[in-house]
Design a protein around this ligand. Structure first.
Ligand SMILES: [Zn+2]
Length: 151
């Protein structure tokens, strides 16, 4: 239970809570930060919003922010984001702690996990999907394998 001590706090520092994109544990970050080191797994967590405007192939694309794939752009990656907006294409499995929105010419080829899925008429989704408004990724307590780092 949250105690009552918050009442005594000075004006709130500008922080917000996100899930680490590596271990899925909760971290507080300064509102203006672009990346932080996770205090649990000590890995760098990217927070900034990323706009993909061309072909982009990586092992893993992870941010605790928004990824937008613009028209004619394509990502080939395992994607882990807070929110995803797809006007182009995504090939790979997608986990979004928040929402995934696929525009009318957008498509995803891969399995999808998210809280909210918005699919415009004309959009493509080829894969299994799980949409659960309470979806929260399982925190990883094991060592996270060293597989990604890209951006
Ligand atoms: Zn972590």
């Amino acid at each position: 239970m949250a105690g009552d001590q918050s009442r005594l706090d000075a004006p709130k520092p500008e922080t917000r809570e996100v899930l680490c994109t590596h271990c899925d544990r909760s971290i507080d970050i300064p509102a203006t930060a672009m990346s932080v080191n996770c205090r649990h797994c000590h890995r760098r967590v990217i927070i900034e919003d990323i706009r993909i405007k061309s072909y982009h192939a990586v092992m893993r694309l992870a941010t605790a922010g928004l990824v937008e794939v613009t028209k004619r752009a394509q990502i080939v990656a395992q994607v882990r984001v807070n929110d995803l907006v797809v006007e182009g294409g995504v090939k790979g499995d997608v986990t979004a702690v928040g929402s995934i929105s696929i525009g009318k010419k957008g498509w995803i080829q891969g399995d999808v996990n998210c809280r909210t899925l918005i699919v415009q008429p004309g959009a493509g989704l080829n894969g299994f999907y799980r949409v659960d408004p309470t979806f929260t990724p399982e925190p990883t307590t094991a060592e996270v394998e060293q597989e990604d780092e890209f951006l």
